[in-house]
Ligand binder design. Structure first.
Ligand SMILES: NC(=O)c1ccc[n+]([C@@H]2O[C@H](COP(=O)([O-])OP(=O)(O)OC[C@H]3O[C@@H](n4cnc5c(N)ncnc54)[C@H](O)[C@@H]3O)[C@@H](O)[C@H]2O)c1
Length: 435
């Protein structure tokens, strides 16, 4: 073990190591709070001045991070934020938590990871630890990050340390947060893994070391591909059940009684969020460069991305049964976030459903207690007041089944309810159509 690594480990242990977090979003802000709460001085970096100012005022913009938890840390000076990237040189550890979206052609867009790495590389000094947390394809840390960091001549594992550790945060999950979700870590060398473990060991309860950054990158993609494929399977089972005139929800519930060998997944209006609809395509893209077709990923993507169209077809059929057309009907979408009880609309299937229904001539609106305004088709929609909107709507589509909705009252007040989440379970009414 080199002296450099031992010194860094000691600084982490005695609480004097400064941690820099690049990207203060859904991943970076909770992580910053966790490190600061564990007694390490944290400096958050973001390009968005609004986020930086909010953090410095102790105001959280992430639902899972209460301002009451953030404010004492900023007041005590343990957590600060800045847009001045010069301060990266002062940090002993830097964790990259920037977005990894897909391009229009569904290829990985690593431009923000590259930008963030370049800003570190320009100030890299001996004794620093760099960790990538953004989800990406296996090989990124080694093939993309490492060459940028070694341009100045510093040696990985000797002068500086490099690791990949995937973020697994599940927004809206009350039971598992950053601290008590086990953390997978892959270091570039033994020393890299050791210092990365020392760092996360301060703030995370359980660490799961693996042999390399590329194994750690693959772990995250296995987890998200597992979800995407299983959701794709159950969405297809829902389509089959529809043709067989069987209630898919009853079937899943009964199958879930098996105490081994079955794990329930549920059909829905389509995938959403920054992870499940995107990450598996990072893996299939990488495999394409190695002449391998990731067939399960492609098929699941096909089935899942067709669900919003299917929901709209069900709305059209249900209106048709009531001698109405989609064109000219008022259709209210309930819940526009990608899953219940969160405030995130990224990649939400509700956006596709609103767009498809509008394209077919419907007069669309929405209600969502978590989303007061929604940018849609170059206009800004406002969340409508629930009861008057229900009374006016020809059809209501439940897309995000928020716990705060009173579904009995919704069914009573609506003319027609298309339920994509089984939110109306237990309510018997011929107004309800389920997928
Ligand atoms: N949101 C989740 O639930 C979740 C879960 C697990 C993993 N991830 C992964 O974590 C990564 C980050 O996701 P997120 O949801 O936190 O994104 P986010 O959009 O909420 O936050 C990212 C932040 O990075 C900032 N940023 C962009 N470029 C920057 C740069 N060069 N320097 C500094 N800041 C920069 C943005 O302004 C933004 O505030 C992604 O790779 C994502 O796939 C997200």
């Amino acid at each position: 073990m080199s002296d450099t690594a031992a010194r860094l480990e000691e600084k982490i242990r005695d609480g004097s190591a400064r941690v820099g977090i690049l990207g203060l979003g859904y991943v970076g802000l909770p992580l910053s709070v966790e490190f600061a709460a564990a007694g390490l001085p944290v400096l958050g970096f973001d390009l968005a001045p609004g986020k930086v100012e909010a953090v410095n005022r102790g105001e959280s913009y992430i639902k899972d991070v209460p301002s009451e938890r953030l404010a004492p840390l900023t007041q005590a000076g343990r957590l600060k934020a800045t847009t001045d990237f010069e301060a990266l040189g002062e940090c002993d550890a830097v964790v990259i938590c920037v977005p990894t979206p897909l391009s229009k052609t569904k290829d990985p867009d690593l431009s923000m990871v590259v930008e963030a790495t370049k800003s570190i590389a320009a100030r890299l000094r001996s004794g620093q630890l760099v960790i990538l947390e953004s989800t990406t394809y296996p090989g990124t840390t080694e093939e993309l990050i490492l060459p940028l960091l070694t341009e100045g001549g510093l040696r990985v594992g000797h002068d500086f340390f490099l690791a990949f550790s995937p973020e697994r945060v599940d927004p809206g999950n009350d039971r598992f947060s950053t601290r008590n979700t086990p953390k997978v870590i892959g270091g570039f060398t033994e020393a890299c893994l050791r210092v990365a473990r020392a760092l996360y060991g301060r703030a995370i309860d359980t660490l799961v070391p693996v042999s390399s950054p590329r194994a750690a990158e693959m772990v995250k993609l296995l987890e998200n591909t597992f979800r995407s494929v299983n959701i794709g399977l159950v969405n297809e089972v829902a389509l089959m059940c529809e043709r067989l005139e069987i209630d898919v929800w009853e079937v899943i519930e009964a199958a879930a009684s098996k105490p081994f060998g079955f794990m329930p997944f549920y059909p829905g209006p389509g995938l959403g969020g920054h992870c499940i609809p995107i990450d598996p395509f990072y893996l299939s893209w990488k495999l394409k460069t190695l002449d391998y077709r990731a067939r399960f990923i492609e098929l699941a993507g096909e089935v899942n991305s067709a669900m919003p169209e299917h929901v709209c077809a069900r709305v059209a059929d249900a209106l048709n049964d009531r001698c109405k057309s989609v064109k000219g009907s008022r259709i209210l979408v309930l819940g526009v976030t990608y899953k219940k009880d969160i405030d995130d609309v990224r990649e939400s299937p509700a956006l596709d459903i609103l767009r498809i229904l509008e394209r077919r001539g419907a007069r669309v609106g929405y209600n969502d207690p978590y989303v007061p305004q929604l940018d849609h088709n170059e206009t800004r929609l406002e969340s409508q007041e629930l009861l008057p909107a229900l009374a006016e709507a020809d059809a209501v589509v439940i897309v995000a089944d928020h716990s705060s909705y009173r579904y009995r009252e919704i069914v009573d007040a609506a003319r027609l309810v298309v339920d994509t989440r089984n939110a109306t379970r237990g309510i018997v009414s011929d107004k309800i159509v389920k997928i």
